[in-house]
Write a protein that binds this ligand. Sequence first.
Ligand code: FE
Length: 207
Amino acid sequence: MPHDSHDHDHGAHALLPPDPALRVRALETLLARKGFVDPAAMDAILDFYENRIGPRIGATVVARAWTDPDFRAALREDSTAALAAEGLLGRQGEHMVVVENTPEVHNVVVCTLCSCYPWPLLGIPPSWYKSDAYRARVVREPRKVLSEFGLTLPEAQSVRVWDSTAEIRYLVLPMRPEGTEGLGAEALADWVTRNAMIGTGLPERPQ
Ligand code: FE
């Protein structure tokens, strides 16, 4: 739940499970039991928005930044303005900061308070992004959490964790992988995974 849309006064919700995930699960169970929704169809829709449609927009932005120095410079100068010029801002992503990975610094994004996420660029957040474990641990022990995602960074590269808020959402601009020199922006976008743009992964050769 975005933390601009609730006021942390849970008095009115006292009868509901406190955790938003539990609340959603309870609602889903109820709807499925009454035959209003098919859980398999719901999973397919979620998968579509979590893994395909949403992140593809962010991947296009990353690929363009890799291939268009002017766009990259504009993102550095003022990410929000550069994205607005492309019509890529929207609800849950009105103010964006693109943070650039370098050999010296690897960036990771979290929302420690709830689940703020750049919806217009990445779609809806994956469930792990909203989990208490990720939100608490990535701040305390980022390298350990990243290793659990299969990402082991060189010791020389420091890790910077960015805490999203209702006001500012972050997108990680990963480093362009070796071996992609001849590729154009469209082919490059296929390398950009959702997790690479959250910082819990790196770009990968497409299957
Ligand atoms: Fe949040």
